[in-house]
Write a protein of this length. Sequence first.
Length: 131
Amino acid sequence: MTQPRIFIADDNPGIVDRICTILSAEFELAGTAQDGRSLVTEVEKHKPDVVILDISMPLMNGLEAAREIQAAGSNAKLIFLSLHEDPALVRACFAEGATGYVIKYQLEPDLIHAINEALAGNSFISPIARH
């Protein structure tokens, strides 16, 4: 059985490295991007199963990138990363097609669970963000 392919987009290299370390045993890394515009191009090229994307990125934010990824016909599951616990932001992400929302300081306990839920057709929100 092949491992699900994960694409990571965040403008913080430390976060990308941390995510890669967390996911390396269970998932295949399809690629990374540091801005929303590159993310859209790379997702079309690599066709990942799941995209983990930061909301705040240069050139194009994560919400705009999600919109373009879906408009291009991608079936990738979208899991947003954020430092923010604002319920309005969580709703905005789901309105743009998110299947998951993970608070960055909850990466270790929540990210793999969020990916597995997304792949199973379910949604996931870090418990701390469910106000």
